[in-house]
Ligand binder design. Sequence first.
Ligand code: NAP
Ligand code: MG
Length: 477
Amino acid sequence: MQLNYIANASLPSSSGRTIAMLDPSDGQPFDEIQRSNASDIDFAVRAARQSLEAVWRKFSPAERGRLLMRLSLKVTEHAEELALIEQRDCGKPTRQALADAAALARYFEFYAGACDKLHGETIPYQDGYSVLTWREPHGVTGHIIPWNYPMQIFGRSVGGALAAGNVCVIKPAEDACLSLLRVAQLAAEVGFPAGAINIVTGYGHEVGDALARHPGIDHISFTGSPSVGTLISQVAAQRHCPVTLELGGKSPQIVFADADLDAAVPAIINGIVQNAGQTCSAGSRLLVDHVIYESLLERLGHEFEKLRVGPATLDLDLGPLIRQSQQQRVWDFLSDAQVANIEMVAQGKVVDEAPQTGFYQAPTLLRDVPAMHRLAQEEVFGPVLVAMSFRDEDHAVELANATPFGLVAGVWTAEGARQFRMARRVRSGQVFINNYGAGGGVELPFGGVKSSGHGREKGFEALHGFTTLKTVAIKHG
Ligand code: NAP
Ligand code: MG
């Protein structure tokens, strides 16, 4: 049975209750986590505050950096162990789980190097004054983490917050906590002081809500659904607590007739099958120049038919979805497609070895999806790619911007001027030209506009969000 991790100690919840963890590959229970409550959150926030005031504030930026670097190396040493845990917990194929552990180590490495490079400014002002700015940590930051990439999202949000001098209380998704509980132990082993990293598990509406409401939380980083993002914002607004929201997307892959399709096709496939489509930045809408629409769909159809889905340890193109309700969500979208007579171009296959009780879904390519249909508007969060054609550049921009979201866009074209025009005209936090995701580099700031959220994580930019600016004006005559 797994325990909470608070002040460098493994502790049961005061509720005395637990939640069973299911392996998505076979749907069977294999472990239990604590079903924590508001008093566990209160205990963790107090431990964090005490650590901040008594210990963590006294660490120099260089000392924080050294600790983060030690944690990065420790995570690399334990990468296989962490990947195995995450694989069982989240159904990730082996390569994805290992990539996530590597990304976690890389986040700590990047933020280790950033700690002592974050500085304020001096500002020229009236005669007789000296003015300077300091970047100060918020204090105790709260982190609500989704189930799709627990290690990666922990790395980018907790790594950045610690680098900036905050201490952290973390609420992982109840479906995906196990790797993070282990990382918190590793952090204690490399010397993080008690209370710097605290993990409290449980249901979102119980323990997540208690975290967001706690008056001792000075900043909230939330990654998840738009609807819960709204709840978090409302709760935080009651006490004017700053919030960073990363709420997913309905990101377009925009393919012009002059695109290098040998480069585009594998990136389009990977953009929707990675992590079985359960990726906030999934390229889930395919917008194609009408001139190449039929030929590209035919080519993609052949590729989709080759895709294989199965248990995480078989390391196929896709593993299972996280849980039964997510599988049901994808089925609901696909049955809506049938009702609307939306044509399926092709589907991959679930392999025979996949247990019936696992949460599998074959990747599916749909065509001529009306731009206003919910399949083209809402996040499916599964391996479903919806295709539509455009007449010209203006039409491509209109379609690209025609959802409530604005997270990522991929643009495929050889023409330099069009690359820049498209990058300017598409409303999203990131635009990738002739690539999709740029390999996920931790250096690259990441976040959304519109319903995809606000604030930026990753890169150096995240440190601005995890600090507040203090202006100091000295009158010296
Ligand atoms: P979710 O409900 O928004 O969950 C995200 C996190 O928020 C989890 O840790 C969740 O905890 C917690 N949470 C839930 N209700 C809360 C509340 N009232 N107060 C505070 N925290 C709360 O997302 P989901 O149900 O897992 O997935 C639903 C949809 O969200 C997906 O289909 C997808 O569209 C979107 N999503 C987006 C991302 C992304 O990266 N942008 C990631 C995941 C999901 P529990 O899970 O323990 O309840
Ligand atoms: Mg799980």
